[in-house]
Design a protein around this ligand. Structure first.
Ligand SMILES: NC(=O)c1ccc[n+]([C@@H]2O[C@H](COP(=O)([O-])OP(=O)(O)OC[C@H]3O[C@@H](n4cnc5c(N)ncnc54)[C@H](OP(=O)(O)O)[C@@H]3O)[C@@H](O)[C@H]2O)c1
Length: 275
């Protein structure tokens, strides 16, 4: 059973700007870890309910409670409109956590000049299960107590990695933020490849997913690296080695994944330039 996260590790008030796929998963995990719904307000234009006891608004309140932590969870291109309405509500003790891909800390500081404590966070979708990865970055202007508090808020979501250099933020976003999509595509393609060599489609889909799930769980618990585990599957002269030879020829899997991450990274850099 999951231990309930101590109450004092949640902010007194959490204001979510946008609560779609990603912020929705974060909130779901926080609520299941004991965050009181009454301490949360969600702003979303649709006004769609989020969870029992969580206030949903379609417009900004007149003021935010003192010491509010704001989670920016809308799309990156909406930052200008959101900041116009939200920045006047922010005070020195308003903490801002931004999950906006490709939106730099410098831009956030210029949009929210009153807020001292601003942290960039890049979560991924499995945070809803407490099995996500969240990269965090903040600058020296952010108070160390605020960094600790935001780190504690993120902790129940899964692995937390502070990034020392913001220049790497698009790279880590490509790896772990976008990564679930690449893995979902891999699972789907493994199943289609199984079908292509004759396995019934529904059976191939079940077997591909269970193989990836079991292998990931095994790698997470193993004392040796995934590379060593691959060698343990491959009997000398056997079937797996022949398959690995295809993946390894000319480092083609490495080249494919490097190109994949580089394309995602480059898009983050373009978004940061406003493209
Ligand atoms: N999806 C991921 O895996 C992932 C991972 C890491 C980071 N991110 C980041 O998370 C952010 C949201 O992505 P998403 O995939 O969750 O998108 P999404 O599902 O489309 O959610 C966007 C949310 O923003 C709300 N919204 C729309 N217009 C708004 C406005 N003008 N002001 C305030 N809120 C507004 C939407 O409201 P309604 O609910 O009413 O439509 C919705 O709740 C992006 O910045 C993205 O870079 C996403």
């Amino acid at each position: 059973m999951t231990a309930i996260w101590p109450d004092h590790l949640f902010p007194n008030h959490l204001f979510l700007v946008g609560c779609g796929n990603m912020a929705g998963q974060m909130l779901s995990r926080w609520l299941s870890e004991g965050l009181e719904p009454a301490r949360v307000t969600v702003l979303r234009p649709s006004g769609k309910p989020v969870a029992d006891g969580v206030a949903v608004v379609t417009d900004y309140p007149a003021a935010l409670p003192a010491g509010t932590t704001v989670l920016l969870g809308m799309k990156p291109y909406q930052i200008a409109d959101v900041a116009d309405a939200l920045a006047p509500l922010c005070a020195a003790d308003t903490r801002i956590v931004s999950i906006l891909a490709g939106t730099t800390l410098a831009e956030l500081r210029s949009r929210f000049p009153a807020a001292r404590d601003i942290v960039r966070a890049m979560p991924n979708l499995p945070v809803g299960l407490g099995e996500g990865v969240t990269a965090l970055f903040s600058d020296d202007a952010t108070d160390s107590a605020a960094r600790d508090a935001i780190g504690a808020l993120i902790q129940p979501l899964g692995l937390v990695e502070w990034i020392a250099d913001e220049a790497l933020f698009n790279q880590v976003t490509a790896l772990s933020g976008c990564g679930p999509a690449f893995l979902f595509r891999f699972v789907d393609t493994l199943a289609r490849a199984g079908e292509a060599i004759g396995i019934p489609a529904d059976q191939a889909a079940r077997m591909a997913l269970a193989t990836v799930q079991g292998s990931a769980n095994m790698a997470a618990r193993a004392a040796v690296s995934p590379s060593t585990l691959a060698d343990q599957v491959a009997s000398p002269g056997g079937m797996t080695r022949q398959g690995l030879n295809v993946l390894d020829a000319d480092d083609r899997l490495l080249a494919l994944l490097t190109d994949t991450l580089a394309a995602a990274r480059d898009r983050g850099e373009a978004m940061a330039r406003g493209e």
